[in-house]
Design a protein around this ligand. Structure first.
Ligand SMILES: O=P(O)(O)OC[C@H]1O[C@H](OP(=O)(O)OP(=O)(O)O)[C@H](O)[C@@H]1O
Ligand SMILES: NC(=O)CC[C@H](N)C(=O)O
Ligand SMILES: [Mg+2]
Length: 489
């Protein structure tokens, strides 16, 4: 679930892109990069690592220009190599750099189409490089360069690229182009800042990227819409294809996004609080006379929900696990060994919050079960009398194919298992999952702002469809086993 940002300003934008990327770091910890338009050059700097590792004073000094894009990567296709860090660059037509959040599900068909029909070579295994070349071909086959031709090129992308994608690109001689897939699966938001020199614009994966950079959130980019901001700061917007059913990824609200973001006009923080409220109500329905002494969140992402669960149950909320702030998110780490070790490094119990108590641990989601297995054991070792575990999301039973790297259902602890079987595997005394209808209601809120979601990892329904053998192929290429073999070779 990468983070993307693009800015058209009146002054150099690299420092602000850096600040924006720092706030989007939770969306991708593997690689980072920036591309800045400077006259007839696209200045590019990217590499593996966190934003603060990839950029130093020297690289920042080189990135001069007032139109630019940035990316932080969590790979869902290809490898974790630095050749697949983003933005990607292509020299024709005009010179384009592009950064992508999401995942295409017709990459293989497109790859051969791009080679045979468009006569373009794709030099990596990245789906984003394919997307860039489709956009480049579509732009190159129109007459002059203008917002109009950019919109037509985006329509071409919409016709050819299937999957989840939010994209920012800089095109030399034009400015910034941004667009969001026809179902709006991946988020993209537009911001504006008005200064003495006039209006400046930004687009980003999450509105939180604006807070630090002084931009104000204007609105979400619509599914199937494209935005062009010319280098002189003029904004053009166009619906480039009839939008499909708007199905934003529900996992953004459960886990990925920061709580201080608004996505599709919905506060992630409030959505998570409502998840907690519904989860608490379910627990009360199932066991009105429960014996829970304390609710303990699994930091970080479950805190909003856990606090509300405690309120509804009328019991104490205690921070029983202390998180080491120097360990990143474990779920988005590339290998299972690394994930397993990181959970213990990251979380440590405060025994006095567990001793002789019946504790309810609350997490936002249970995916591979890496975190839950260990924290249940830690709670027992710390002296808990009983350990209950609640998940603010339903069982994750199906792969995600739109930008979250859980490609192989065998790796999902809930796949093909009943809740009782999962409870036994996790070793807890009671396991409670949120119901999907309650999760969806929590996100759409009392005003029913959204009616549909991409909830595919919970219900196995994929709004775009996928190539017939897609799931098998992606499992072969991207299971933990395949990644380990690839790294060793
Ligand atoms: O069942 P699993 O495969 O372990 O995945 C689910 C866990 O991973 C995530 O935490 P993570 O440590 O990535 O980030 P966080 O600090 O934002 O909670 C999520 O919040 C769950 O705790
Ligand atoms: N998580 C994402 O958005 C990944 C983007 C792209 N598919 C890549 O692997 O680089
Ligand atoms: Mg977590």
């Amino acid at each position: 679930m990468c983070g993307i940002i693009g800015i058209v300003g009146h002054h150099d934008v690299a420092a602000q892109l850096y600040d924006g990327l720092m706030v989007l770091q939770h969306r991708g910890q593997d690689a980072a990069g920036m591309a800045i338009a400077n006259g007839n050059r696209l200045l590019l700097h990217k590499g593996n690592g966190l934003v603060s590792d990839v950029f130093d004073d020297e690289s920042m000094r080189r990135l001069v220009g007032h139109v630019g894009i940035g990316h932080c990567r969590y790979p869902t296709a290809g490898s974790e190599g630095d050749d697949e860090a983003q933005p990607f660059y292509v020299n024709s037509p005009y010179g384009i750099a592009l950064a992508h959040n999401g995942n295409l599900v017709n990459t293989d068909a497109l790859r051969s189409e791009v080679f045979q029909q468009d006569r373009r070579n794709i030099n990596t295994e990245s789906d984003s490089e394919v997307l860039l070349n489709v956009f480049a071909h579509e732009l190159g086959s129109r007459e002059a360069l203008s917002p109009e031709t950019a919109f037509k090129a985006v329509t071409g992308v919409y016709r050819r690229c299937v999957g989840g994608y939010a994209v920012v690109a800089t095109v030399l001689g034009l400015g910034l182009v941004a667009f969001r897939d026809p179902n709006g699966i991946r988020p993209l938001v537009l911001g504006k800042r008005t200064g003495v020199a006039g209006d400046e614009y930004a687009v980003a994966s999450e509105s939180v990227a604006f807070d630090l950079t002084g931009f104000k959130r204007v609105r979400d980019v619509l599914p199937g819409e494209a935005i062009v901001i010319t280098a002189d700061g003029v904004l053009h917007a166009r619906q480039c294809i009839e939008p499909g059913v708007h199905t934003p990824c529900i996992f953004e609200y459960v886990y990925f996004a920061r709580p201080d973001s608004l996505i599709d006009d919905i506060s992630v923080h409030k959505a998570r609080m409502r998840m907690g409220q519904k989860l608490g109500e379910k627990i009360l329905r199932l066991r009105p006379g429960h014996d829970i002494d304390t609710v303990i969140p699994i930091p970080d992402s479950s805190r909003d929900a856990a606090l509300e669960v405690a309120h509804v149950l009328g019991v104490k909320y205690r921070e029983g696990f202390i998180k080491n702030r120097y360990v990143g998110r474990t779920f988005i780490m590339p290998g299972q060994d690394q994930r397993v070790k990181s959970v213990r490094r990251k979380l440590n119990p405060i025994p006095l919050e567990f001793r002789n108590r019946v504790v309810l641990l609350v997490d936002d989601s249970i995916v591979r079960g890496t975190t839950s297995r260990q924290i249940v054991q830690m709670a027992r070792d710390a002296g808990a009398r009983k350990v209950y575990l609640a998940s603010a999301a339903p069982p994750v039973r199906y792969p995600n194919i739109y930008g979250i790297d859980m490609p192989s259902c065998e790796e999902l602890i809930a796949h093909g298992r009943s809740e009782e079987e999962i409870e036994t595997l996790l070793g807890c005394d009671w396991l409670i999952y949120q119901d999907l209808a309650d999760l969806e209601e929590s996100v759409s809120g009392p005003k029913h702002r959204l009616e549909h979601f991409d909830s595919s990892c919970f219900n196995g329904e994929y709004v775009t469809g996928a190539e017939a053998d897609y799931f098998e192929r992606v499992k072969r290429l991207r299971s933990d086993e395949a990644k380990t073999t690839r790294r060793a070779s």
